[in-house]
Design a protein around this ligand. Structure first.
Ligand code: FMN
Length: 183
């Protein structure tokens, strides 16, 4: 499998990092693109530079519209934008394609592949909600960063792993990131 991960400057860089590492650990090919603010928030919240991400993924420059992810002919199983800022959410809803992240997401949709968007903001305005509705109506899986607590997380890592696991579930990828209800 081959999955693209786009990471923006919303809070929750650890969600992107955890997903990328989980995919890598499961033997899945990961192609990652960070926005400029995504890189800054990764450094600020996690203390990681992009070199850490490069251990687990092929990382592209967001300005590089010649990169493989910019074309539908580059086969992918899908893409996840996590965490997704309200800025990028608006760009996705407008099919902007002005940088690699938004172009790759637009390509994912037009090719009929799975696109998962994990918005992070609170509270939300009607503009944010309308953008999410627009995407959901186009077949995007909108999965707000709203982890559950019914699996009784003991650590922040457990909370984050829950979200990463819910994303993997969308792609039907087996994982052990959280304990399932009823198991
Ligand atoms: C520490 C930090 C946390 C932020 N958290 C959020 C957030 O949770 N949601 C959001 O929409 N924007 C958040 N922002 C603002 C975005 O980074 C800003 O809107 C930026 O333009 C997003 O650009 P991008 O979508 O290209 O990454 C945050 C900024 C900083 C510095």
């Amino acid at each position: 499998m081959r999955i693209a991960v786009g990471v923006t400057g919303a809070s929750g860089a650890i969600y992107g990092y955890t997903l990328i590492k989980a995919l890598y650990d499961l033997g899945i090919e990961v192609h990652a693109v960070y926005t400029d603010m995504g890189l800054k928030v990764l450094e600020y919240e996690c203390g990681h530079s992009i070199e850490v991400i490069q251990k687990y993924a092929t990382v592209y420059d967001n300005a590089d519209l010649f990169a493989p992810l910019a074309s539908g002919s580059f086969k992918m199983n899908g893409m996840v934008v996590v965490p997704c800022s309200m800025h990028t959410l608006g760009a996705l809803a407008g099919a902007s394609g002005r940088d690699l992240l938004t172009r790759a997401a637009d390509v994912t949709l037009k090719e009929g592949r799975k696109l998962v968007v994990v918005p992070r903001e609170t509270p939300m305005t009607p503009i944010h909600l309308e953008n999410m509705l627009k995407l959901a109506r186009s077949g995007v899986v909108v999965m707000p960063a709203a982890p559950g607590f019914y699996h009784k997380p003991a650590t922040v890592d457990d909370i984050v792993a829950f979200m990463a696991g819910k994303i993997l579930d969308i792609f039907d990828i087996e994982h052990a990131l959280f304990k399932r209800w009823g198991n």
